[in-house]
Design a protein around this ligand. Structure first.
Ligand SMILES: [Zn+2]
Length: 232
């Protein structure tokens, strides 16, 4: 498992990846998990959580949004660890239904593909339905869990997208950025691409130096600044 450490010693583990990353933040008093990947990774994910948390308690699951590749094991994780799910209130209805609408393409070619795909029923879009427990629409602090961590709304990919800021050093950004090769960081899919600029600026305002997306590798602060400048 790949891992990163913040200045104050919080650990960020990549439980599964790099295609569809799930992260776990671990501090002295417990852990929180960010996203839950596709349903078929469930068993592996449970084993990796046990390894990364060791004796510590997994205290919450945060969903950056509820697409099937992020919420696929939310029900399993909640059931297994008896923990609350933190999700944006805009996404809670999708989580309860077990299906979240696919996003639109952001460039000509994937716009055309997604326009077709969105019209047909795709079975893999479904995941096990589950109720969100802590519904947020603003910054939400995890200090009560003993962690210098907060969730921050970063709309663009979906209306209810969140990022998770760890120790003002590392941000787990879901699909607000992608970490593909050759410095390609602009998401191919988004419902509100015009919201990206404000969300990227908010991410830079956190002071973080590393941004970890769900798809692909780490993005440095300098690369995010370049992306923002290009789209301003
Ligand atoms: Zn997504």
């Amino acid at each position: 498992m790949r891992q990163w450490t913040t200045e104050n010693g919080l650990l960020v583990h990549r439980l599964v990846g790099p295609g569809c990353n799930v992260y776990l933040v671990s501090g002295p008093s417990g852990c929180i998990m960010v996203d839950s990947s596709y349903g078929f990774t469930g068993k592996k994910l449970l084993q990796r959580v046990e390894l990364a948390c060791a004796e510590k308690q997994l205290k919450a699951l945060v969903l950056t949004h509820t697409h099937f590749d992020h919420a696929g094991n939310a029900a399993l994780i909640k059931e297994h660890f008896k923990l609350p799910i933190v999700v944006h209130e805009e996404e809670a209805g999708y989580l309860k239904k077990g299906i979240s609408p696919l996003p639109r393409g952001t460039q000509f070619y994937n716009k055309a593909v997604m326009n077709m795909v969105r019209r047909v029923h795709i079975p893999f879009q479904h995941f096990r339905a589950v109720r969100g427990d802590i519904l947020i629409n603003d910054r939400y602090d995890f200090s009560e869990y003993g962690l210098n961590v907060y969730a921050l709304p970063t709309p663009g990919h979906t209306k209810g997208s969140l990022s998770v800021v760890v120790d003002n050093t590392i941000a787990l950004v879901g699909d607000t950025l992608v970490g593909y090769v050759l410095g390609h960081n602009y998401p191919a899919f988004a419902d509100g691409p015009d919201q990206f600029v404000a969300s990227w600026a908010a991410l830079l305002d956190t002071g973080c130096t590393t941004f970890l997306p769900t798809h692909g590798g780490a993005i440095k602060r300098e690369a995010l600044q370049v992306l923002l400048d290009k789209h301003l």
